[in-house]
Design a binder for this molecule. Structure first.
Ligand code: ZN
Length: 660
C-alpha cells in the first residue's frame, strides 16, 4: 500500500484542513475503511466568542464517511470534559452521547463518533483509526494475537476485543495508565482495527500505511504473491431457471423484511468460485470481518442451495433463536429486528445482495466482497476464526448503531420496486422512467434509440420491441440486474401519418399493428413469469383517446390502440388470479413528445383555425397536458391508491366531449 500524500494538494497549515485531507486519503481506500467505518480526529486550540482559548478535539461526526468528509463533518468537543469522562467508573451510552453533545462548541455539529473518548485519551495531535482488511484478516485467525506480535514487535499496544464506545476507551485508559505513550508505536484492536497517532497529519497517516503494508507483506509471504487471475474472468451466464429462483428469493425476503428489496446477483468469477467450494456454507457462516458489519449484513448470510423455502425458513428461525439466546442478557428490553437475510451465498452461482435500494445493495456487496477475500486469505495460511456470536449481538442491538440506521427519514413510495418502461428515450416514457426513479424505484428504460439518463437508478437498454428475442433478453437483463420485476409501463408506440382507409399504405398499417399492438403482447409474454413473483405487480398500458373517440384518417393507429386496449382487458382477466393488475390510460393532446414537432403542431392548429396555445388547450378544462402529468398518473395507478383496481380505462385529456 502506498502513501497518497501530495504536498501540492494540501498547502495550508490549518490543522482541521489537514485532518480533512488525510481522512479523505484513508477513506478513498476501501481496504482501509468501508462505508462509514473508521474515524479520525485532531486536537487543537480554538478561541471562543468570549476570547477564551479552549482545547478542542475535532472528531469524525457520526453519519459522515471518511471518503467524502468535510470540515463540518468533524464535531468540536471540549477535550477537558472528554478526559474527565474517561476517568468515570461507568457511563451509559445515552449519558455518553448527551455529555459529548453538551461539550460541543457548535451545537449544530453532528454527533461525535462513538470512539470520541478514546481519541481524546491518545496524547497526540492526530489520531487515525481504520478497520484495515489485511490487519483484521490476520487477527481473525486462531493465533491472531501471536501473529500480530510476531509482525509488529513489543512496541505495539495490542488490545483484546471489547465493545467499542466507553468500554473500549475505559479498557485502554486502564491499560495505558502506567505507560508512556511515547514508547508505543501504535495500537491494534483484535478483530476490530488499527489506531495510529502522531503530531503531524502526514506522519499519522503514513504510519497507518506502513502498518497495513507490513500486514500485507506478511500475508503475501504466507500465501504467496501470485495474483489471483480469477478477478478478471468472465461472469457466470444466467439461465431462465436461475432468474426465476432469484425473483422467488426476492419475493420471500421482501415478505420477511416487511419492505420491498432489490436482489443484486453477483455472478463474478470470484463470487462463483467462493460459492463452489465444498465447504462454502461453513466458511461463509463463521462470522464477520469486523463486528460493525452486522448493521449492514447481519451476522451471517443465507446459505442457498436449491431448496429456497426451507433455507429461508431456517435462516429466520435461527435468527429468532439467536435473539432469544442473547436478548435476556441485555440490561434493557429489546425488540427483535426483522429476521431477513441481507445477502445470500448461492451454491455454485455466486452471491446475492438484498437491500432496499441500490445504495444498501452496494454497501452490502462491498462488505461481502472484502469479507470473502479475507476468508479466502485466512484459510490459505490458517483458519478463518471470528468473534463469538454474543459480541456481534451486542453491536447489532447497540442503540448507538441502531440510531445510525434510523437517520434516513421516510422511504420514498417506490423504494425497492423494479419498473420496466418501453419507449423510454423521450416523451411520456422518459417522463415515467424519471418520475419512478425520483420516487425511489429502479427502472429499466427500453428504447430502440439509445438514451442517457441523469439518474443512477435508470438502466438504459437499447431494444427493438418488434424483435421477440431482443425483448426476452432485455426483460431477463432487467431481472438479472435488479432481481425481479414489479411494474411494466407498456408505452412504446408510433403515430403513422394521417391517411384514409382507402389511401392507406399496407406497410404503414402493418407497422402500426406491429409496434402499437403485437410488440406489447410479446413484451407481456416475456414479463409475466417474473411479474407473477413481483411485489404488488401491475402493468400500466398507455393506450389513447382514439380508443373511445377515434378520428378520421387515423385507422392504423386507432385500430391498433383499440386492439391493445382489448388485449389489456383480457390480460386483466387472465392475470388477476396472480395478483397482477392491468390498467389503461387514454392520454390525448400530449404535445411535448417526439411525435409532435413545432411544424406539425402549427399545421394542426391552423387546420382548426386556432393559435397553437389555444389548440393545446382544446378540452373541457381548458388545460394543457404534458408528459409529466401522464407520468404522475402512471405512478399513481401503479401505487397503493389503485391496489384494488384492475381492467380500468382512465382518460387523461383535460376532458373530451366525445369521451364524456
Ligand atoms: Zn472501529
Amino acid at each position: 500500500m502506498n502513501s497518497l500524500w501530495n504536498d501540492n494538494e494540501i498547502q495550508t497549515d490549518d490543522p482541521l484542513q489537514r485532518r480533512v485531507y488525510t481522512s479523505r486519503l484513508l477513506g478513498s481506500n476501501p481496504s482501509l475503511v468501508l462505508h462509514g467505518g473508521g474515524n479520525t480526529s485532531v486536537k487543537t486550540i480554538v478561541t471562543d466568542v468570549l476570547g477564551d482559548e479552549i482545547e478542542v478535539l475535532y472528531v469524525k461526526g457520526s453519519g459522515w464517511d471518511l471518503a467524502t468528509i468535510e470540515a463540518e463533518g468533524f464535531a468540536p468537543v471540549r477535550l477537558d470534559v472528554l478526559l474527565r469522562l474517561a476517568q468515570l467508573e461507568t457511563l451509559s451510552d445515552s449519558d455518553m452521547v448527551r455529555s459529548q453533545r453538551a461539550a460541543m462548541l457548535n451545537p449544530n455539529a453532528p454527533n461525535p463518533s462513538v470512539e470520541t473518548i478514546l481519541h481524546a485519551l491518545i496524547p497526540f495531535q492526530y489520531v487515525d483509526h481504520t478497520h484495515a482488511d489485511a490487519v483484521v484478516t490476520i487477527t481473525n485467525t486462531p493465533n491472531g494475537e501471536e501473529r500480530i506480535r510476531e509482525i509488529y514487535g513489543s512496541n505495539m499496544l495490542i488490545v483484546p476485543y471489547v465493545m467499542p464506545g466507553f468500554i473500549l476507551a475505559k479498557t485502554i485508559y486502564e491499560m495505558t495508565r502506567d505507560i508512556d505513550w511515547n514508547t508505543l508505536d501504535e495500537m491494534i484492536l483484535l478483530n476490530h482495527g488499527v489506531f495510529t497517532f502522531a503530531n503531524s497529519a502526514r506522519a499519522s497517516y503514513e504510519r497507518m500505511i506502513e502498518i497495513v503494508t507490513q500486514a500485507e507483506d506478511y500475508l503475501a509471504l504466507k500465501i504467496g504473491n501470485g495474483k489471483r487471475k480469477i478477478e478478471n474472468e468472465e461472469a457466470l451466464e444466467w439461465t431462465s431457471e436461475d432468474l426465476l429462483q432469484v425473483v422467488r428469493l426476492r419475493q420471500a425476503v421482501t415478505r420477511l423484511r416487511g419492505s420491498a428489496v432489490l436482489a443484486q446477483w453477483d455472478r463474478s468469477a470470484e463470487s462463483v468460485a467462493f460459492s463452489s467450494q465444498s465447504n462454502y456454507a461453513d466458511l461463509s457462516t463463521r462470522g464477520l470481518l469486523t463486528p460493525d458489519h452486522v448493521i449492514r449484513n447481519k451476522r451471517i448470510p443465507l446459505v442457498l442451495d436449491d431448496k429456497l423455502d426451507s433455507a429461508l425458513a431456517g435462516f429466520a428461525s435461527d435468527y429468532e433463536a439467536y435473539f432469544d439466546e442473547f436478548a435476556p442478557q441485555s440490561d434493557q428490553p429489546l425488540t427483535m429486528l426483522d429476521p431477513a437475510p441481507r445477502w445470500a451465498v448461492w451454491h455454485k452461482r455466486g452471491t446475492i445482495s438484498l437491500g432496499r435500494n441500490l445504495k444498501e445493495c452496494r454497501i452490502t456487496t462491498d462488505i461481502k466482497r472484502h469479507t470473502l477475500r479475507a476468508i479466502t486469505k485466512a484459510e490459505a495460511f490458517d483458519q478463518w476464526h471470528t468473534l463469538p456470536a454474543h459480541h456481534i449481538f451486542d453491536i447489532e442491538y447497540w442503540e448507538l448503531e441502531q440510531a445510525k440506521l434510523r437517520r434516513g427519514g421516510s422511504a420514498p413510495p417506490f423504494q425497492g420496486k423494479i419498473v420496466l418502461v418501453t419507449g423510454a428515450a423521450s416523451g411520456i416514457g422518459r417522463s415515467c422512467a424519471e418520475t419512478f426513479a425520483v420516487q425511489g424505484a429502479v427502472v429499466a428504460a427500453l428504447d430502440i434509440a439509445p438514451a442517457t439518463y441523469g439518474s443512477k437508478s435508470i438502466l438504459g437498454i437499447e431494444c427493438d420491441l418488434t424483435d421477440a428475442d431482443a425483448v426476452q433478453k432485455a426483460v431477463e437483463l432487467t431481472v438479472a440486474t435488479y432481481g425481479g420485476l414489479d411494474i411494466v409501463v407498456s408505452n412504446a408506440g408510433t403515430f403513422p401519418a394521417s391517411a384514409t382507409i382507402e389511401a392507406l399504405d399496407g406497410d404503414q398499417w402493418q407497422r402500426s399493428l406491429d409496434i402499437n399492438l403485437t410488440a406489447h403482447q410479446r413484451l407481456w409474454q416475456a414479463c409475466v413469469p417474473f411479474l407473477r413473483h413481483g411485489i404488488d405487480p401491475s402493468i400500466v398500458v398507455i393506450a389513447s383517446k382514439n380508443v373511445p373517440a377515434p378520428g378520421p384518417g387515423a385507422s392504423a393507429y386507432s385500430v391498433a390502440k383499440a386492439g391493445l386496449t382489448q388485449l389489456a382487458r383480457v390480460a386483466a382477466l387472465e392475470l388477476g388470479k396472480d395478483g397482477i393488475r392491468v390498467n389503461m390510460l387514454h392520454p390525448d393532446a400530449v404535445f411535448d413528445t417526439a411525435l409532435w414537432t413545432d411544424e406539425v403542431l402549427s399545421a394542426r392548429a391552423k387546420h382548426y383555425d386556432m393559435t397553437v396555445e389555444a389548440y393545446k388547450r382544446k378540452n373541457v378544462l381548458g388545460t394543457e397536458i404534458v408528459s409529466a402529468d401522464v407520468a404522475h398518473l402512471v405512478c399513481t395507478i401503479a401505487g397503493s391508491a389503485f391496489s384494488k383496481t384492475t381492467g380500468a380505462q382512465i382518460p387523461i385529456d383535460g376532458g373530451n366531449l366525445r369521451v364524456i
